[in-house]
Ligand binder design. Structure first.
Ligand SMILES: *Cc1c(COP(=O)(O)O)cnc(C)c1O
Length: 348
């Protein structure tokens, strides 16, 4: 499969900005108009007066090792949100190309495509929240550059069948698998599959299981050609010194993260069981993520009742297939108990 032929013509021939820190990261650095006298604030002995490594070599090496791929297979962004935006900008010609979304799903795919004036073709998931492969085959044509799959899917909470995702890889477009919640599921990442399928891009983030939403770090595992074009289009210094240092430190705490994941999964099970027994809840959908989708009698009334008690959940009532559904993030036992208490009052 020729990935380069899917890339926008103007990006294929783009001459990227050449930044100073691309060539030299040490020495007597008089090349970037930085402040050689130092910075106005010192944090952990970091050289905040210097621009960061535009290639994020150290961080990408660690992420590559974790995913058993090469550095050339890793692209890091300001959250997965930047990665999503860049994928649209690298592959999709405004006004001409299209993307396929498997809805209901994460809202940023639609926003990123709309900003770029890229046509959106929405294929509904099946009533079991799985990929409707026939619908995708009908929707796809030569203008379709990206198919966004989210697994486990936000907000339905379930994993998509990997067989279906791999079947989509045969259709000629890029297949983007967003694995923001994969750490909460009992399966391994599809990241390594991108070595076999160059049109597969797997998105990961430190925002969920790693508990680092505040530092804004996401990445993808992809074919080196895809990574190289994303590198050309990104802002030269997209990942700042504080974020990369924090990420590098956090990535050493894998064991602690595993324990947190176990606790969240345990809490998810406990909360699901209790919710299932409540009279105002009609259905608790199975979850492979750190949140639970429930169908209630009247989602908006319950949502507002909880909000008045400063318990904030997400109302997904207006989305296709999600009539009267709320999405509830699994909290700590104490938070979950408060949620349950309020819901019991409401149900009574
Ligand atoms: C939370 C979430 C992300 C994370 O986005 P970041 O920009 O990395 O914080 C990505 N995809 C989905 C589906 C999400 O729900």
């Amino acid at each position: 499969m020729n990935i380069e032929s899917l890339i926008r013509t103007n990006i294929r021939t783009l001459k990227p900005y050449h930044s100073a820190r691309q060539d030299f990261l040490s020495g007597i650095l008089l090349d970037a108009n930085e402040n050689s006298f130092g910075s106005s604030l010192t944090v952990d002995g970091l050289s905040l007066n210097r621009y960061p490594d535009p290639y994020q070599r150290e961080l990408r090496a660690v992420l590559a090792k974790m995913n058993s791929v090469s550095v050339e297979n890793i692209f890091v962004g300001v959250g997965s949100d930047e990665v999503i935006d860049l994928l649209v900008r690298v592959f999709c010609e405004p006004k001409r190309d299209s993307v396929i979304l498997l809805e209901p799903t994460y809202g940023m795919y639609r926003v990123a495509a709309s900003i770029q004036d890229v046509q959106i073709r929405s294929c509904l998931l099946t009533n079991k929240f799985q990929i409707d492969c026939d619908a995708v085959k009908k929707a796809i044509d030569a203008s379709t550059k990206l198919i966004f799959c989210c697994s486990p899917n936000n907000p339905t909470a379930n994993l998509l069948r990997s067989e279906d995702i791999l079947a989509l890889c045969q259709l000629g477009a890029m297949v983007i698998v967003d694995e923001a919640y994969i750490d909460f599921a009992q399966v391994t990442s599809m990241g390594k599959q991108s070595l076999k399928h160059p049109n597969l891009v797997v998105l990961r983030t430190l925002s969920k299981a790693w508990g680092l939403a505040g530092i804004r770090l996401g990445y993808c595992v992809a074919d080196p050609i895809v990574v190289s074009f994303m590198m050309k289009v990104k802002a030269p210094y997209n990942i700042n010194v504080l974020t990369s240092r924090t990420a590098l430190q956090a990535l050493r705490n894998g064991e602690e993260v595993s324990r947190t994941i176990d606790s969240i999964v345990e809490e998810r099970k406990w909360l699901s069981t209790i919710l299932s027994a409540m009279s105002c809840i009609e259905h608790v959908f199975p979850s492979d993520a750190n949140f639970i989708l429930v169908r209630c009698k009247n989602a908006t009334t319950l949502y507002e009742y909880l909000a008045a008690k400063e318990i904030i959940v997400r109302n997904r009532n207006t989305e296709p297939l999600l009539e009267n559904c709320l999405r509830i993030t699994v909290g700590t036992r104490q938070e979950n108990e408060q949620l349950i208490r309020a819901m019991k009052e409401y149900c009574a």
